[in-house]
Design a protein around this ligand. Structure first.
Ligand SMILES: Cc1ncc(COP(=O)(O)O)c(C=O)c1O
Length: 367
């Protein structure tokens, strides 16, 4: 037993992790999954050009990465149409969220999010002693008006909002998101998590000038670009806030391989379009499989679909465990009433066939 005393904040934190990975489940079961449909990864994989670039970069892994992420920031600058001073690159959205919270949240500061929204954000807020306030979803949607009202009520410093959201896959119109930002209290920052923006319809993407002082947007190469394991995300927003990341970020947190992969993936827009087409087909397929088992789905703007198991949390958990027992890894929303759904990531023919094979038995054994 160590005699080293943890900080008060660390002592107050539960010994829990936000996600149990599929690898841990595989170790528990002693068998590999047939279909990995629980973490909203892209089973279609990255562009072959990105794979070639990463292979080439492996030869150079004796060198540290470029800590300024210069080339990737230049490419993102052209892609987004914003100057590179407005962009910071980091270890996925997860890593960037941690830096942002560290930069602006002190113990006791009020932070607002939706009940059941992406848990890693909450994990960071708790880790820096922020005071989380939640508002429930309205049906399958995050409730913008309630988030605004709560932000005013608790004098929030930070509001988290994902569009499209996880775990339901729904989205709000871009103009409503822009209006949301304009209605927040003075001194309150909107963290707009756009992990799934690349897969969403254009109407979901708000037109918010990058200089807007109270909005920071975060996107990732983990979803449509198929690079979840490479850990590449980026944030864009007002220059002073973006530059502040340099005070706290892990300057050598990227790898050369990840930088090369993301750069090549971004350049291969043909492959990107191909994948977004496959994702759309897979969403339709998941819906078809669900319907043929008497279930309905939530229309999704992401690379996953929430399938309504039609009863309560207990029943959905049995269905989920039934799928896992048959080698199909899926997850489910964490809170009621969203947790009567299971969340199924898009995949190729083999994964969809495994899901279609396993679902009838999972429903039968769930009773
Ligand atoms: C809403 C949301 N934000 C962020 C992430 C994580 O992104 P990254 O892999 O870039 O850390 C996910 C992944 O599932 C997500 O659903």
């Amino acid at each position: 037993m160590t005699h080293i005393k943890l900080t008060k904040i660390a002592q107050s934190l539960p010994n829990a992790v936000p996600f149990v990975g599929p690898e841990a489940l595989e170790r528990q079961r002693g068998v590999a999954f047939k279909a990995r449909l629980g973490a909203n990864e892209s089973t279609f994989g990255p562009s072959p050009k990105a794979i070639a670039a990463m292979n080439a970069a492996v030869q150079e892994t004796w060198k540290y990465c470029d800590p300024e992420n210069h080339d990737l920031k230049e490419a993102l600058s052209a892609h987004l149409g914003v100057h590179r001073d407005h962009i910071v690159v980091g270890e996925g959205i997860d890593g960037l969220q941690g830096y942002l919270v560290r930069l602006i949240i002190e113990p006791g500061d009020a932070v607002v999010t939706s009940l059941g929204a992406y848990p890693t954000f909450n994990f960071h807020v708790n880790g820096f002693g922020g005071d989380l306030h939640t508002v429930p979803y309205q049906g399958n949607f995050e409730d913008i008006d309630a988030l605004i009202a709560k932000a005013h009520q608790v004098k929030a410093k930070l509001v988290y909002f994902a569009n499209p959201d996880n775990p339901m896959g729904t989205h709000h119109r871009g103009q409503d998101v822009a209006e949301f930002a304009s209605k927040l209290p003075k001194g309150c920052l909107l963290l707009l998590d756009e992990a799934y923006a690349d897969l969403a319809p254009p109407e979901a993407i708000p037109e918010i000038p990058v200089k807007t002082p109270n909005v920071i947007r975060m996107r990732t190469f983990s979803k449509a670009y198929g690079l979840a394991g490479a850990r590449v995300g980026y944030a864009f927003g007002p220059v002073d806030l973006i530059q502040a990341f340099d005070k706290v970020r892990n300057h050598f947190g990227m790898t050369r391989v990840s930088q090369a992969g993301a750069l090549a993936a971004l350049a291969d827009q043909e492959y990107f379009k191909h994948v977004t087409g496959l994702v759309a087909q897979s969403r339709t397929k998941i819906d078809k499989i669900a319907r043929s088992n008497g279930l309905i789905t939530v229309p999704s703007a992401t690379n996953f679909v929430a399938v309504d198991c039609g009863r309560d949390h207990e029943f959905a958990t049995l269905v989920l465990n039934g799928l896992i027992d048959q080698g199909v890894f899926v997850r489910m929303p964490g809170v009621s009433p969203l947790n009567r759904h299971i969340r199924v990531s898009c995949g190729g023919e083999q994964e969809m066939a495994a899901f279609a094979d396993a679902l009838p038995d999972a429903l039968r054994s769930a009773g």
